[in-house]
Design a protein. Structure first.
Ligand SMILES: C[S@@+](CC[C@H](N)C(=O)[O-])C[C@H]1O[C@@H](n2cnc3c(N)ncnc32)[C@H](O)[C@@H]1O
Length: 262
């Protein structure tokens, strides 16, 4: 039986990129691919109910216990249930990935990095790192994730942490002209060669055009370790992963924050 348990151990294989090529099975529930600023009360009530019913609120098992999140845990029905019954695209937003954990921990411990800064979080997933940026005093945060359900999960996670939802975009902004952000953050986004190449090219442009500061969180995924971006990175922090995250991530033991300097 295929269940969502495999999601947490994907990264040594090629499942993840394939999963992203799948489209949502429930397009009528989409937010649409545009720039959003929404309050939780505007969420489609059916989707809200589905997300609340099929995730668990948790603040343990990851590196930032001060952030509460709705995640897929062994207590949830779809941890074991066949994925065929899941109505949306694969729920990568329902996992707090090691790369995002490192970045969030780093921002919470070093708020001066983001205080009064404008911050763009690429591939936000559950939104934890964007939440950490808000908690650390960022003046403006934009979360970006191409999965509209991730956007909705982020709104719920903002509510859990008593924050007003930040703007969220579901448009793919990689390879587009972007505004002049002070800081771009990316957690666990180097899992696919093609995406890694696009990201590197785009980050170089953002950095060279605007002088944008770029921080990358990654636990040592093969596509990241083997990428040419490695020669432009400077390690700023490393954290041991908690036991539960180690088990879910095929033996990865630590997660790192890198400063990209093209
Ligand atoms: C491995 S998850 C990481 C989530 C989060 N940053 C974390 O560390 O917990 C990757 C996320 O990137 C999103 N994603 C993939 N391609 C993207 C793109 N081109 N633009 C924005 N988000 C993207 C996926 O929908 C997914 O939520």
């Amino acid at each position: 039986m295929v269940s969502w348990r495999w999601l947490t151990s994907f990264c040594r294989g090629g499942i993840f990129p394939k999963a992203f090529k799948k489209s949502s099975r429930c397009p009528s529930l989409f937010w649409g691919c545009c720039y959003h600023r929404t309050q939780g009360s505007f969420l489609n009530p059916e989707i809200r109910a589905f997300l609340e019913e099929n995730t668990e609120v948790t603040s343990h098992g990851h590196l930032t216990p001060e952030i509460r999140l709705r995640l897929l845990t062994p207590c949830c029905r779809f941890w074991k249930e066949k994925t065929d019954l899941w109505p949306f695209s694969d729920p990568f937003w329902a996992i707090y990935w090691p790369g995002g954990q490192a970045l969030s921990r780093y921002l919470l411990d070093n708020p001066a990095i983001v205080r009064r800064k404008t911050v763009l979080d690429i591939g936000s997933g559950c939104g934890a790192t964007a939440i950490a940026a808000v908690m650390s005093g960022a003046s403006q945060v934009l979360a970006s994730d191409i999965d509209p359900i991730a956007g909705m999960a982020m709104v719920l996670n903002c509510e859990l942490n008593n924050l007003n939802p930040f703007p969220i975009t579901t448009k793919n902004i990689i390879d587009t002209e972007v505004d002049n952000w002070d800081l771009i953050i990316l957690g666990d986004m180097f899992y696919d060669q093609q995406l890694a190449d696009s990201l590197h090219h785009w980050l170089r442009k953002c950095s060279q055009t605007h002088g944008t500061h770029v921080l990358i969180g990654d636990p040592g995924r093969p596509q990241f370790l083997d990428h040419s971006i490695q020669s432009k990175l400077h390690k700023v922090a490393e954290y041991p992963l908690l036991e539960s995250t180690r088990q879910e991530n095929n033996g990865l033991t630590a997660t790192v924050v890198w400063h990209y300097q093209p």
